[in-house]
Design a protein around this ligand. Structure first.
Ligand code: PMP
Length: 372
């Protein structure tokens, strides 16, 4: 039997990840210095682990209501009210920000609707838009890796529906200033667009709080925030979406038939997480950022990584493209990701610095030696 013929055209249209070849190469590495992983290296705080274990032992193991438990939704609403006093959004708890993005695209897009997304983008954005029948419109953000009003305006058509935002950004680590966010909000307002603001790295902002469109255009913001990167629990698949009731209600309706609900015991634990001070972790990651910036700054150009845990370095002179540099680094046992995984350009490569300090120093020095 040719099982392939059962695979839909929809999936055939999804290209394999551009980093596949890199990971195939990486599979041959022994104990590499791995700067490719997009997840934090700190453990879930003990009180939050205990809350999860308690919830399991207390038999919170069945389905929850689709929207998310009342206690978690109340806790999320309290956090949002403190940050955005003039906003009273509807909230749905989702299975990771990926779950929120999937629901948002499926709820908002008709076939042919266009989604503006920053290039370079988080790898899932174009696929999830395509899955929903929408069309991705990547807007080049180099060299500062922030949307410019001119480029945004030039990309907007009568089919444009959403503007995808991601600050702090994966893969660049760039954090938009309040003025830059306001400028995007003005464009959205002028063209009557919805802003989907992926703020999964929100607490990992090192030079001051990251601004959000929820402050400047709350009526047209669909906010997606996650617990994975903030509390070291990417495998728990916990996140939430906040925004207009008409959209959140439809997301919850679709969640009922797809994900059903976010993991119930982890919803209980996330109430505890929201009350947990993570400033020590943020300080640790700020130090890692500063340490890597000092070493990499000698040899590489990169936009200032004010948040997340990524550097987006320009491939040094002497290499035809970033992939060639990434391959050279693999030969020296250091694994990074070429920009071609996140964009149409092969000019930069991404470093994740969510690794122990000794590995970070060693790896950055090796990369510098290749740029000499
Ligand atoms: N958005 C961005 C920008 C990300 O970097 C990631 C994870 N790498 C996600 C969304 C997905 O997050 P989650 O694990 O919560 O689905």
């Amino acid at each position: 039997m040719d099982a392939k013929r059962f695979v839909s055209d929809r999936l055939a249209a999804i290209s394999k990840s551009g980093i596949r070849r890199i990971f195939d190469l990486a599979a041959t590495m022994k104990n590499p210095i791995d700067f490719s992983i997009g997840q934090p290296d700190f453990p879930v705080p003990d009180n939050v682990k205990r809350a999860a274990a308690d919830a399991i032992n207390a038999d919170f193991n069945g389905y929850s209501v689709t929207h998310g438990t009342a206690d978690l939704r109340d806790a999320i609403k309290r956090v949002l009210a403190a940050e955005f006093p003039d906003w009273d959004p509807a909230v749905v708890v989702t299975c990771g920000v990926s779950g929120g993005l999937t629901l948002a695209n499926l709820v908002c897009l008709n076939p042919g609707d266009e989604v503006i997304m920053p290039e370079p983008y988080f790898v899932s954005y174009p696929h999830l838009t395509g899955l929903a029948g929408g069309k991705s419109v990547p807007v080049d953000t180099a060299p500062d890796f922030v949307y410019s009003t001119e480029r945004l305006e030039a990309a907007i058509t009568s089919n444009t529906k959403l503007i995808q935002m991601n600050s702090p950004s994966n893969p660049t680590g760039v954090v938009y200033s309040a003025e830059q966010i306001q400028a995007v909000c003005e464009v959205a307002r002028r063209h009557d667009l919805l802003i989907v603001s992926d703020e999964i790295y929100q607490i990992l902002s090192f030079d001051g709080p990251a601004a959000s469109p929820a402050s400047y255009a709350p009526e047209r913001t669909l906010l997606l925030r996650g617990f994975g990167k903030s509390y070291g629990m990417t495998g728990w698949r916990m996140a939430y979406a906040a925004g207009p009731a008409e959209i959140i209600g439809e997301m919850a309706k679709l969640q009922q038939y797809t994900f059903v609900c976010a993991p119930h015991p982890f919803q209980k634990a996330c109430v505890e997480a929201l009350g947990t001070d993570m400033s020590a972790v943020v300080a640790t990651y700020r130090k890692k950022r500063d340490l890597a910036a000092k070493i990499l700054g000698e040899k590489f150009e990169f936009p200032w990584p004010a948040g997340g845990f990524y550097f987006y370095c320009k491939a040094p002179d002497g290499y035809p493209n970033a992939t060639a540099f990434v391959e050279a680094a693999i030969k020296k046992n250091v694994l990074t990701v070429p920009g071609s995984a996140f964009s149409r350009h092969d000019t930069h490569f991404r470093i994740s610095y969510a690794v122990p300090d000794d590995k970070l120093i060693e790896g950055c020095k090796i990369l510098c030696s290749l740029a000499a």
